[in-house]
Design a binder for this molecule. Structure first.
Ligand SMILES: C[S@@+](CC[C@H](N)C(=O)[O-])C[C@H]1O[C@@H](n2cnc3c(N)ncnc32)[C@H](O)[C@@H]1O
Length: 154
């Protein structure tokens, strides 16, 4: 979640949809609230504190995530110094949070999941989903032509 930018942009584009935005950080939720209020979207974006999908018991039609996905301990450029660690580092390998979300998507049978990922995680994610049943996995690149995300569709 973070600043709330993803839910705000989606709420502006899909005017009849409602959103639940989750973050593990209360500070991030506080910032998101300021931004959501600024755009007058507080009736359509509900903020919840917690880890991954744990605070959501409702049926999810479409899950969108920009999770932390960098390997713990990697030295980053100094322009990322201001970022909180839990916004960047995804675990010992880096893709642990993405895989945990994929497990939830399959367990809850969420029909659509779009997610940002690291430029070097395409093969690992493809391998992780090798036994997916009847789901379509499509990767996309960022503007610098790096692999940067995927959509998993039932
Ligand atoms: C890369 S940032 C997302 C930035 C967001 N797209 C924005 O523009 O602000 C990752 C976010 O995931 C949150 N986060 C980290 N681990 C989490 C977890 N287990 N469950 C929920 N949120 C988590 C962090 O607090 C951070 O706000």
């Amino acid at each position: 979640m973070g600043s709330g930018i993803i839910s705000i942009m989606l709420a502006k584009k899909f005017k009849n949809a409602k959103f639940i935005a989750v973050d593990i950080s209360q500070d991030a939720l506080d910032i998101a609230k300021i931004n959501i209020d600024k755009f007058g979207l507080e009736q359509r974006i509900e903020l919840r504190l917690g880890s991954l999908l744990e605070p959501i018991t409702e049926k999810i039609d479409y899950l969108v995530s920009n999770p932390p996905y960098i390997e713990d301990g990697v030295m980053l450029e100094s322009n990322l110094d201001y970022e909180p660690q839990n916004a960047l580092f995804g675990g010992e390998i880096g893709d642990e949070i993405i895989k945990a979300l994929l497990d939830e998507v399959l367990k809850r049978d969420i029909k659509f999941f779009s997610c940002e990922m690291g430029y070097d995680q395409k093969d690992k994610i493809t391998h992780y989903l090798r036994n997916r049943e009847g789901r379509e996995l499509k990767f996309y690149k960022d503007l610098a032509n790096f692999d940067r995300g995927f959509t998993l569709k039932a």
